[in-house]
Design a protein around this ligand. Structure first.
Ligand code: DX5
Ligand code: ZN
Length: 217
C-alpha cells in the first residue's frame, strides 16, 4: 500500500488547525514534518513545540524529517513532541549506528535519508536496522523545487538491494513530487510519497484525493 505524506512546510501557518482537518477528512494518514536548523540546511523551519501543538489536533502518524546536525541530541525532545518516526540524514551524523540505536531505544521508528549527491550504496549496511529509507529528490532546505531525476536511479538501486529480512521497509521520496510525475517514482519503487506544494497549493482536499487515486492504482 502506498502512503501520501503531505509536507506541512507548505501549510498555511495561520490556519494549521483548519488545514489539518481538511487533510484528515480527505484521508491523509501521515504528516511529513520538516525540521531545519539553519546549519545542515540553509533554512530554519520549526521544532518540537510546533510539532507538539499539531499533535494536539490530529491522530495522524508523524513522519518527522530531521534536517539538522547531530540529531542524536534531540531524539527525546521529538519523542516528547509526539513524533512516530524520526528520519535522520546520513550526512548529518558523526555516529550513525549509535543514532539509529538511540531512536530505536526511544521506541520510535527510524528513517535514513540521503541527499541527491550522496551515493545510495552508503545505506546498505543500515538496511536491516531502519524502517524507512528517504531518497531526497531535491537539495533539502526548501519546498517548491524541481524534481531531480537522480532519485529514480536511487529508487531502482533500492529495489534490487533491499534486505530480504526487512521486506516491509518504507521507501520514501521527497522533493518536487506532483500529480504529473508521481507515477514515475511509484514505478521506481517508492511507497511513501512526500508532497508539499503539490498538496497545499490550490484546493487541498482535491489535491489529496487526486494523489490518493494515483497511489491506490
Ligand atoms: C525539502 C523538504 C521537503 C519539502 C517538499 O527540504 O524536505 O519535504 O517540503 O516540498 P515540495 O513537495 O514542494 O518539493
Ligand atoms: Zn522533507
Amino acid at each position: 500500500m502506498n502512503i501520501l505524506a503531505p509536507s506541512l512546510l507548505s501549510i498555511d501557518f495561520n490556519n494549521i488547525e483548519r488545514d489539518a482537518k481538511i487533510l484528515d477528512k480527505a484521508g491523509v494518514k501521515w504528516y511529513h514534518l520538516d525540521v531545519m536548523d539553519g546549519m545542515f540546511v540553509p533554512n530554519i523551519s520549526f521544532g518540537p513545540p510546533v510539532i507538539k501543538a499539531i499533535r494536539g489536533i490530529t491522530e495522524a502518524f508523524f513522519d518527522v524529517h530531521l534536517m539538522i546536525e547531530e540529531p542524536v541530541r534531540y531524539i527525546e525532545a521529538f519523542k516528547e513532541a509526539g513524533a512516530d518516526l524520526l528520519t535522520i540524514h546520513y550526512e548529518a551524523c558523526e555516529n550513525l549506528s549509535e543514532t539509529i540505536s538511540k531512536i530505536k531505544e526511544a521506541g520510535l521508528k527510524t528513517g535514513l535519508a540521503v541527499n541527491p549527491k550522496t551515493d545510495i550504496a552508503v545505506v546498505k549496511p543500515y538496511l536491516p536496522e531502519v524502517d524507512m529509507v528517504l531518497v531526497m529528490s531535491v537539495e533539502p532546505g526548501f519546498g517548491g523545487q524541481k524534481f531531480m531525476p537522480v532519485a529514480i536511479d536511487k529508487l531502482n538501486w533500492l529495489k534490487y538491494n533491499l534486505n530480504p529480512d526487512n521486506p516491509n521497509i518504507y521507501i520514501e521520496v521527497d522533493g518536487g513530487i506532483n500529480l504529473n510525475n508521481v507515477d514515475t517514482v511509484l514505478d521506481a519503487g517508492a511507497n511513501v510519497i512526500v508532497a508539499g506544494s503539490a498538496c497545499f497549493n490550490g484546493d487541498i482536499a482535491d489535491n489529496v484525493t487526486r494523489f490518493n487515486e494515483i497511489l491506490s492504482r
